[in-house]
Design a protein around this ligand. Sequence first.
Ligand code: SF4
Length: 370
Amino acid sequence: MPFCARRCNYCDFATSALPADRAAAAGLMDAYVDAFEAELAASPPRPARSVYFGGGTPSQLGARRLLRLLAAIAGHGGLLPEAEITVEANPTSVEADLLEALRAGGFNRLSLGLQSLRDELLTVLTRTHTAAEALAAFGLARAAGFDNISVDLMFNLPRQRFTDWCDDLQRIIQLGPEHVSLYELSVEAGTPLAADVAAGRLLLPDEEVDAAMYEAARELLPAAGWEHYEISNFARPGRSSAHNAVYWRNEEYRGYGPGAASYVGRRRWTNEPRAELWRQAVTAGGAAVSEEETRSEDEERRETMYLGLRQLAGVDVAAYTARHGGPPEAWFGTELARLVEVGWLERTPRAWRLTADGLLWSNRVFMEFL
Ligand code: SF4
């Protein structure tokens, strides 16, 4: 969804602030929904196992447009009965009516962008909500019947102390969402945040504090009953994200909208990220591809490794063999031996997986397969 109420200072996502004029904003969103339907109609129908409305602030679209989009998806290829249907929302763009309509209309998972429960840090991030509004939004979602709620939390923020982060984690534990996604703030070139950091107006925590924050989450959340199942994700039993598992297992997916990525067969492509150019292209011809490539079998084998290693259960050797015609050892014997020697990877009876040390150095591990 290429619109947000306001653009956050750290964001490099292809989104823009909606016009303040309500009629102009409504016109833009209606045109977006029309274009989305045109893009969907031009793609081969296929039943969906999961549907995820994400990027930007989808809740900004309102119930009528979101339900229209979901109906279009259901009418095109169908939804499997167990389909996970998620919508991302910001605390300031949810109201009881909206949440009740979405829940009644088939949305069964909500992803709330809380980011922090400290007002001063939300201000640093130029977010439009307060901690009180974040907690209120969570309560509204529960009251509307959402029994599968994920919350996003950010760490490594300017002015964030280690104790602030631990407080946030404790308050989230009290709140009791089914799923918690952690985001380590990264400073993206060209953003206002990058300019503030470069000029010394904002300072990020030291590397040791950053690592300690991650470690604190790894201790506190599992101790309170959330399983750490992916590098940045924690879930109550049975509540891991079915949608993200598709990416981590390197399975096919289809994305719609500006900047959306798709993967079908060995072909991967990304849509035009500029919303208006995307809209014009899909309205005229049903597609708006800006980049595409066809992966070789070698690239696919590598991708299945480094995406799969993001999951704490690791890369299932039997599944890998069934897909690629041999176990990881057949292609990456040298790399695997090296990673085992430094203590970042281990072989269990079923899988190759990161060790506790490997979790801290996961990017270095993934580099071995790129
Ligand atoms: S709400 Fe999310 S997508 Fe929108 S500007 Fe902020 S960070 Fe970017």
